[in-house]
Design a protein around this ligand. Structure first.
Ligand SMILES: [Fe+2]
Ligand SMILES: [Fe+2]
Length: 270
């Protein structure tokens, strides 16, 4: 089991966020803004699934999971709160979040279903966030130097995603979740996640008035499909999830640990 610390980030989120806070780049800003818009609703869903999963465990297994589940819930609840503050700035900029409400509607479909569906969905999204996080920790320059506090926010979130990436997966396994359903949900989550990310990013760019700029598309091509682009570098770890013997711990967490070590002054353990 993993020891998960809950950290309070020591950054000021009251100061406004610049329109192109991410390296002065319209595409990167719109993409990260889109992801942030999905977090409060998504992370609440993950918290509920993991909490319910823990409750459903046989008594003999509970002690093994108790501390990790507490850490997971604490970390995601903190992300939720911090991204809520971040998103409030976006709202003040006039950006409209359609991803969050759409996801909330979709979540209702799983109400009353076998709880392992929610855990499989959570494990799949946690894999996505873990490989995204790993990419960002490998390429922190993507976040630019324009706003150091926001770079810290994204790297802190990334490091914690890397830390707790196996919690939902392990609960799913402990509750006898099978491989076929894990894969089925992974395929569906892939379609939903890629579709939602694109839709919200395009919407953000449209509002920003930069959707049809050549520089926006050039940045998108470079950061998604370039040599160290997001899609190119996450393809192998994305595929790995489909193996029957896959476990999230097979993806290393060295960079996350290093970031947390080197940036201990940026947060307080609670
Ligand atoms: Fe998170
Ligand atoms: Fe997470």
């Amino acid at each position: 089991m993993t020891a998960l610390a809950v950290r309070r980030l020591l950054i000021d989120l009251d100061a406004p966020i610049a329109r192109h806070w991410c390296a002065g780049d319209a595409f990167r800003t719109a993409l990260f803004n889109a992801l942030s818009m999905s977090f409060p609703v998504g992370e609440q869903f993950f918290i509920d699934a993991v909490r319910d999963g823990f409750e459903a465990l046989p008594a003999a297994l509970k002690p093994r999971f108790a501390e990790e589940v507490r850490g997971f819930v604490g970390q995601e609840a903190t992300h939720r709160r911090v991204h809520g503050l971040f998103n409030a700035h976006l709202e003040r900029q006039g950006l409209r979040n359609t991803w969050g409400p759409r996801a909330a509607e979709r979540q209702k479909l799983l109400k009353g279903e076998d709880l392992r569906h929610r855990l499989a969905v959570t494990a799949a999204y946690e894999h996505f966030t873990a490989i995204l996080a790993d990419w960002l920790l490998h390429h922190p320059e993507v976040l630019g130097t324009e706003d150091a506090r926001l770079a810290t926010l994204w790297l802190w979130h990334s490091a914690e995603e890397s830390e707790h990436k196996s919690t939902a997966f392990d609960l799913y396994q402990a509750l006898d979740g099978n491989h076929a359903w894990r894969l089925k949900w992974f395929r569906r989550v892939t379609i939903m996640f890629v579709g939602d990310t694109l839709r919200q990013t395009v919407r953000n760019l449209h509002h920003d008035g930069t959707l049809w700029r050549w520089s926006t598309w050039r940045s998108a091509a470079a950061h998604l499909f370039g040599r160290s682009g997001l899609v190119i570098e996450t393809l192998d770890p994305w595929r790995a999830y489909r193996r029957a013997d896959f476990h999230p711990r097979q993806l290393d967490t060295d960079l996350a640990e290093r970031w947390l070590r080197e940036n201990a002054g940026q947060f307080r353990i609670v």
